[in-house]
Design a protein around this ligand. Structure first.
Ligand code: GLN
Length: 194
């Protein structure tokens, strides 16, 4: 669990409820001990800056490129993209999903909202969006697993998967519904058991 900034405690609780031994990662030595990584929601510019300052950005990028399973929610989704729109010029990402992510994509007037999204492999899911991004474009190897239905953002991509990496623009860690976390844990275990 990347624990530099953001709502990593909620993710830790969700993972604990699933019986997963999850540890906070703030240093490279801690990264070296984990088999998979969750990147929380929060503020991607802060997570990016702290990851660079703590010397974690490069090592995380390398681990993900080498096949470490990873899941990111909201700011975490931004961190797992290839490119950020409306980010800060010095903002970095860890990569993992071949997508361009737009920060704060839903605009200010609907900064935060809840809606139901149909997620492939999971079903109907109550989602919470907090100044959320969306994936503006995705590469050919990216599986879109959820889109906004209806309204001005109809069709926008809010959940994706590419191989061992999953990302959602919403925050499943705040609703008590553990199916997204369970999906990631199953995905990660599937690879780790190989
Ligand atoms: N707007 C935030 C960012 O750009 C993301 C918000 C969130 O994680 N809830 O990182």
């Amino acid at each position: 669990m990347l624990a530099l900034q953001g709502d990593f405690r909620e993710h830790l609780l969700a993972l604990a409820e699933l019986g997963v031994l999850a540890r906070p990662v703030r240093r490279v030595e801690e990264l070296d001990t984990v088999h998979a990584l969750v990147v929380p929601g929060g503020e991607s510019t802060a997570i990016s800056k702290l990851a660079v300052d703590f010397g974690l950005a490069g090592p995380i990028r390398e681990r993900i490129a080498a096949g470490m399973p990873a899941y990111g929610s909201c700011a975490g989704m931004i961190m797992l993209g290839a490119e950020v729109l409306d980010g800060r010029p010095d903002q970095v990402t860890f990569g993992g999903v071949d997508m361009v992510v737009r920060r704060n994509a839903f605009g200010r007037q609907i900064d935060s909202f809840e809606t139901d999204v149909e997620l492939d492999g999971i079903g109907e899911f109550r989602t919470v969006f907090i100044r959320a991004p969306w994936a503006e474009t995705v590469g050919p190897d990216v599986e879109v697993i959820g889109r906004i239905k209806g309204g001005r953002a109809d069709g926008r991509i809010v959940a994706v998967r590419q191989g061992r990496v999953m990302a959602t623009a919403f925050h499943p860690e705040v609703t008590g519904d553990l199916r997204v976390h369970q999906t990631f844990v199953d995905l990660a275990r599937g690879y780790l058991d190989q």
